[in-house]
Design a protein around this ligand. Structure first.
Ligand code: MSP
Length: 655
């Protein structure tokens, strides 16, 4: 019988010299799903790769005196090494600089142009280069990128546009007809209410102000917008638009695109619109996972808090890291990374629950039976309940895995591990061994535990690719009939005269205090190198482009002293305070991103400096008139600028 296909993808990564544990999280999760589906008998296609074009890459390469391709070649090697280290079993690695991909993007662009879905006009608006995203004025937050909070650039250039607006209703319809299209479900409402229903604008899909992109082949001044280029990878990798479309016909539509929550928008709006325009089926599911955060903030190279997966894998092994990532954080939600939580999980779940179970069982078979269980066994009163637990847990694990609820699946598997440990306590082999007449019960108890371990070893395989083999080696199990997923549903597959040897310790226990100190030092050393490299690059850049303005430019900014009358929290915002500021006779509402530094009310009575003639803009549904000036240090700490005289008259000008 032909196998059912399963096509799963990760986002393609921007080539960065330091992919951190947050990036690894996304890839490990996708890999776990791919491995699970293979184990369930699917014909899996797992795609990952790199997203190599765009202004951001061009600038980084330039700052390192390399061509963009030289730069990406170097980085891609490192990324592949990291994925190998993490046991990522991708079937195809695509680079957007690959010839077949370039040809596919050009073909699609031309087709959309020929059929009138792409037209030429000019673009004026804001662009965030790190996110490679366009924004309208009202989408900015405090004049910065709403996604990453960094500076945006004003763009004014001739551009091709994609008629995104034309597809809005069809996308809404698709989402309404396919309630599970976006996972977790809340993301679907967010997209419909925040983006689709307010109305889509046509999308600028070409750039002329830099060169590092796929050329629009019928208008060589333009390169294709990097997101249109990148999204196309999901079909170009399958040979779409080439002479041989067999893979495309076999695997498309994708069963799931796994993406981080901040790029769900591109995958659930732009990508479906492109596919509808190309008359192709839409992906079945998009899973928007949460972020791995550190002390509540996103792990990011620019903040300097990234954790290097190499350090962790070298210290604890790949299986422990993969387990931690998928057990600790509910897939779909944000989760905090901490060294303490990692060591805690290794000690309790891996060393104690699983590792001990395996070693003490093999040890008892060695000790009580010289390493081989006898054939003759007598039932114990506890067998039925253990078997019932196994039978109950398997469908639950399947259901959780099918929905990509990895941590829930692991909780179920660990329920079985703990139940098996409890069974040992119930049957008390150390007492049974003392009575010759109880040898049959003793053999039976150890057989049951071993059989339960066999079932556990299969269920953990998608998460921990190396541990099952080690367990099997202890019980003489060969990969084959006794290790298939289906075999978990049959009790008693292990041979009656089971042989066991106590193998190496699967997960050595860790001394928490000592280890925390060592690990923090290793991570800090890797972060310090990162920050130093970045600082160096920043300084080089500043030397190159001194940002000077004339006195006339400066005089355009009208600054005034304001007295803060009110400073309150804003519902739904983690950054903003809503201030009412008195400027002479006038009172203004000014939103300010200073919540990290000032408690609500703390600024009341203070004289602050206000940028007075700034164009008002809507923030959190209300207009904000001006800006309160703030100092910000290298760690992101904020302090508002005030007048030396604490009673200084509000409304006074500043010169
Ligand atoms: N190149 C685009 C994707 C194009 S797909 C057609 C991109 N690349 S990225 O390198 O910035 O991010 C790749 C993935 O890593 C994204 O899904 C992103 O959400 C994920 N992560 C980056 N930092 C992360 C965390 N701290 N935590 C979890 N995932 C994170 O976006």
């Amino acid at each position: 019988m032909e196998k059912e296909k399963f096509y799963i993808t990760t986002p393609i990564y921007y080539p960065s010299d330091k992919l951190h544990i947050g990036h690894s999280y996304c890839t490990v999760a996708t890999d776990t799903m791919a491995r699970y589906k293979r184990l369930r008998g699917y014909d899996v296609m797992f795609l990952t790769g790199t997203d190599e074009h765009g202004q951001k890459i061009e600038r980084i390469a330039d700052s390192q005196n390399m061509t963009p391709k030289e730069y990406t070649d170097k980085i891609v090697t490192g990324i592949k090494e990291l994925w190998n280290k993490l046991g990522i079993s991708y079937d195809k690695f695509i680079r957007t600089t690959d010839d077949y991909h370039i040809a596919c993007v050009q073909k699609i662009f031309k087709k959309l142009y020929d059929q009138g879905d792409i037209y030429k006009s000019s673009y004026e608006g804001w662009y965030c280069t790190p996110c490679e995203s366009f924004f309208t004025e009202h989408q900015l937050v405090d004049g910065k990128c709403p996604d990453c909070g960094r500076d945006v650039e004003l763009l004014k250039e001739e551009s091709y546009f994609f008629r995104l607006s034309k597809y809005q209703d069809r996308i809404i319809q698709y989402m309404e007809d396919n309630k599970d299209f976006l996972q977790p479900n809340t993301r679907q409402n967010e997209m419909i209410n925040n983006f689709l229903k307010p109305g889509l604008e046509d999308l600028a899909v070409s750039r002329t102000s830099f060169k590092w992109g796929i050329p629009v082949d019928f208008d060589l001044n333009h390169v294709v917008y990097v997101w249109v280029d990148a999204l196309t990878n999901y079909i170009s990798a399958l040979g779409y638009g080439t002479e041989d479309e067999s893979l495309f016909r076999k695997y498309w539509p994708a069963d799931v695109h796994v993406v981080g929550k901040e790029i769900v928008r591109f995958h659930s709006i732009i990508w479906p619109a492109m596919l509808i325009a190309l008359d192709l089926p839409l992906p079945k599911k998009i899973f928007g996972h949460g972020w791995l955060v550190i002390n509540g903030g996103k792990m990011s190279k620019s903040v300097g808090n990234v954790v290097d997966p190499n350090v962790l894998v070298d210290k604890y092994g790949v299986d422990a890291i993969r387990y931690f990532l998928l057990r600790e954080i509910a897939f779909g939600q944000d989760g905090n990374f901490s060294n303490e939580a990692l060591i805690q999980r290794i000690n309790s779940d891996l060393a104690n629950d699983l590792g001990n179970l395996v070693s003490r069982t093999a040890g008892m078979i060695e000790k009580y039976f010289g390493g081989t269980l006898p054939k003759d066994r007598t039932e114990t009163p506890f067998d039925a309940d253990l078997k019932a637990t196994v039978a109950e847990i398997i469908p639950k694990v399947e259901e959780k895995m099918d929905n990509m609820f990895f941590s829930d699946a692991l909780i179920e598997i660990w329920n079985l591990i703990r139940r098996t440990n409890k069974y040992i306590d119930e049957t008390q082999p150390w007492i049974l061994c003392k009575d010759e007449e109880k040898k049959g019960e003793l053999a039976n108890a150890l057989y049951h535990v071993a059989e339960s371990i066999r079932i556990v070893s299969i269920m953990i395989k998608p998460f921990m690719p190396n541990t099952p083999e080690k367990i099997w080696a202890s019980f003489g199990i060969k990969e084959g009939e006794a290790t298939t997923w289906e075999s978990t549903k049959t009790w008693g597959i292990l041979p009656a005269e089971l042989k066991a040897v106590k193998g190496e310790t699967l997960f050595p226990r860790i001394d928490m205090k000592k280890e925390l100190a060592e690990l923090e030092a290793a991570i800090k050393a890797s972060q310090a190198t990162n920050i130093a490299n970045q600082q160096k690059k920043k300084e080089e850049k500043e030397d190159e482009y001194p940002a000077e303005i004339t006195i006339d430019d400066f005089c355009k900014v009208q600054l005034k002293v304001g007295e803060v009358l009110e400073s309150k929290e804003v519902e739904g915002s983690t950054k903003l305070l809503r201030n009412v500021v008195k400027l002479g006779e006038e009172e203004r509402v000014i939103f300010s991103g200073i919540k990290s530094a000032y408690a609500p009310g703390e600024l009341v009575g203070k004289r602050v400096v206000v940028a007075y003639n700034l164009k008002p803009r809507k923030m959190m549904g209300e207009m904000s008139y001006g800006m309160i000036l703030c100092a910000e240090d290298a760690e992101g700490k904020l302090s508002v600028l005030t007048t030396d005289d604490k009673e200084f008259k509000s409304g006074s000008g500043i010169s």
